[in-house]
Design a protein. Structure first.
Length: 98
């Protein structure tokens, strides 16, 4: 699954309304303007996604991926691996809901 598909599913899982693609950036409605939503690159966006979906307190399909696989994708960057795990868990929740 591409990063774009992963982000779209995560946005659906957290019911992120009013989003669209502006080139490579996913934008969402915040108040009366649009902001970038980058949970694969931004710790704050990833953390807010995890909290909104209660990922830390439930057994989610996203936890089925081995940590070694996630770190293999991101070298020695535990933050990037954690962000990806959160987005993948959110995308899996959206997939299960459909």
């Amino acid at each position: 699954m591409s990063d774009r598909e992963l982000l779209e599913r995560a946005a659906k899982a957290c019911v992120l309304d009013g989003w669209y693609w502006n080139g490579d950036d996913m934008m969402y409605v915040k108040g009366h303007s649009y902001e970038k939503w980058r949970p694969l690159e931004d710790d704050g966006d990833a953390f807010r996604l995890a909290v909104k979906l209660n990922i830390f307190n439930t057994r989610s399909p996203g936890y089925e991926w081995p940590v070694a696989e996630l770190f293999g994708l991101h070298g020695d960057d535990p933050y990037a691996a954690t962000r990806r795990a959160i987005v993948r868990a959110a995308a899996a929740l959206a997939k299960d809901a459909t």
